[in-house]
Design a protein around this ligand. Structure first.
Ligand SMILES: [Zn+2]
Length: 285
């Protein structure tokens, strides 16, 4: 890994995070795991929009500073948690993008299979329960999602994305916020249609052809967010089916009630069938 280029990427991602309005003041933090036991991170207490290369901090995997004039980000603990849980990733971006964060404040996860590019790159974006920022409590709620997803809303706080490079993690943050804006508009217009199982299956295949590594995240199909359409009423094969893998039976995961969805035995049967289809898709990958 070219460490100098990585530092330039952190500065560039910081500039974009700030210019896009994903952070205010000194919020947000970015890091990259440059070696087995070395992390480069943004400093605490500084705007991410105007960082200089000498202001970045190098730490070990315990968060102890190895070099740098400034002190490391107060959220470095969450970054280290993510690197330990996901040895396949190299970078973490944490910010407070207003629309996506609005969904986290409203308790509405971005988990429906709605946009092809989101299904391919992120699958879905669950909400990790609230934990006090700057401490270890923020990491534990992410644990149940970390193996399956690369983007997380943090309840009443913000969002975190991970990736195989700084820009890869940054772009996931951009995709998340763009998705949130579109979902906000759709909800304002009365609701949304999800893709069906066949359409999602094709996207999963594209994801595999593109060689996107990491977990194969699931998203939910069959929700309409309140709209009754031909697709939602006529296509019973996908009606009201939560397919989010990490969501166990009976667990609400703060999901919005899929208006119009049946809670009958039929729906339970369909859910089971869909679960098996998604599982078999995964095992093929
Ligand atoms: Zn934050």
């Amino acid at each position: 890994m070219n460490i100098h280029q990585t530092k330039l990427d952190i500065i560039e991602a910081g500039r974009r995070v700030y210019n896009q309005g994903y952070v205010a003041s000194n919020d947000g933090n970015i890091s990259c795991r440059i070696e087995e036991d070395r992390i480069v991170t943004t400093p605490t207490g500084m705007s991410k929009g105007f960082l200089k290369i000498e202001e970045l901090v190098v730490t070990d995997m315990d968060g102890k500073k190895v070099s740098g004039v400034k002190n490391a980000s107060s959220e470095l603990g969450m970054h280290i948690f993510l690197y330990r849980e996901r040895p396949d990733i190299k970078a973490v971006v944490h910010a407070h993008p207003p629309t996506a964060t609005g969904f986290s404040v409203a308790g509405i996860p971005l988990t429906e299979c709605v946009l092809p590019e989101v299904v391919i790159t992120l699958g879905a974006i669950p909400i990790a329960d609230y934990g006090t920022p700057g401490g270890p409590e923020i990491s534990e709620p992410i644990r149940k999602w970390v193996k399956d997803y690369d983007a997380y809303l943090l309840e009443n706080h913000g969002a975190t994305t991970i990736g195989n490079s700084v820009m890869n993690a940054y772009y996931k943050m951009e995709t998340m916020e763009h998705f949130a804006k579109i979902m906000l508009v759709a909800r304002q217009l009365g609701g949304f249609n999800t893709l069906n199982a066949e359409q999602v299956q094709k996207l999963v295949q594209i994801r595999e052809r593109m060689g996107i590594r990491g977990p194969s995240p699931a998203c939910a199909i069959g929700n309409t967010g309140g709209i009754q359409t031909a697709r939602s009423t006529g296509d019973t094969a996908t009606a009201g089916i939560p397919t989010l893998r990490a969501r166990s039976a009976g667990e609400s995961a703060a999901s919005p009630a899929p208006n119009g969805a049946s809670s009958s035995d039929e729906a339970a049967t369909i859910e089971e069938i869909t679960r098996r289809v998604v599982e078999s898709l995964r095992s093929q990958g």
